[in-house]
Design a protein around this ligand. Sequence first.
Ligand code: NAD
Length: 334
Amino acid sequence: MKIGFFDAKAEEKNYFSAKLIGHELFFTPDSLKKGNALTAKDFDVLSVFIGSLLDRETLAELPNLKSIATRTTGYDHIDVKAAGEKNIPVSFVPSYGDHTVAEFTFGLLLDLTRKIRQCSERVRREDEFTIDGLQGAELYGKTIGVVGTGRIGSNVARIAKALDMKVIAYDVSPNKELAEKIGFDYVTFEGLLANSDVISLHVPYLPSTHHLINKENIGLIKKGAILLNTARGGVVKTEALVAALKQGILSGAGLDVLEEESATKNEGDLMLYNRLSDVEMKIVLQNHLLMEMDNVIITPHNAFNTKEAVKRIMETTAENILAFAAGKPINLVK
Ligand code: NAD
């Protein structure tokens, strides 16, 4: 089979070249999008990461495509319905970063509560070993609201318990056994917003989670809470987030993901700018406002990125591709 790997890193090239012997492989660091879809028109299988966008229009330009193997857990960058209509199965990596992402979430949180970046900057940039203005706050005894208690959210709840935090949670499919085992209570979404000192988002990006936090409900948040988003940018309406930070509804935010992340990343590309709608352009500008706020930490969708998780991603993706080649596809998105 001809297999095209987009968003590919050097270590992925080495790994897949050794694992997929007998297949014709092509690797590029570029993301696959409508603008360059023609470069992928001969491939039987495409493997992509979050930077690629396989929407209906892009898929229409790929007549030979027989399978997609995304190297991610979330698959909101692929129009699964359009792929299904063309009988193209989409495989994903159901589990690779449960601990990795949960640990990163607490990295963001501890940075916000203990001003670790500012402490380090003080010493490095200002060459000053002083503590004025660097007082933080404890997590001990505070309440964290976990939105989505799946693989990642449940680990966030576990870590929070180990820090002696009170954990409350919201999920469309509550897992009572898990709640009992870890020791947390499910509450309504509104109850979670009103009672959490820290809100941490761990839901997939779906039509039902689009702007789950928005202008209408952000005012329900307990004054001074911290919002953490390591899920997907679109789960939070950026405009509402900026307003909540300015008004002090939120005292801080830790964001590994942004709405219009891809446009923000590639904003040097003027061609891309010409294609952005007014709404998208506004979000990119709001992202810049967030980047300049001292009480906001933004990381470049890096929560997944540990050597252990990347190894698991590569292993599962190779298994997914080999299973498809053997006529017994696994880990399919439903
Ligand atoms: P998961 O499927 O194990 O858990 C998701 C949970 O969300 C489930 O319990 C589900 O019932 C719940 N849920 C779904 N829709 C909901 C809704 N409308 N309201 C409330 N709860 C809802 O997923 P996971 O492995 O824990 O990953 C969660 C998300 O984290 C992924 O979908 C992905 O978008 C994101 N993620 C980000 C990174 C990163 O690097 N930042 C890495 C991996 C995953």
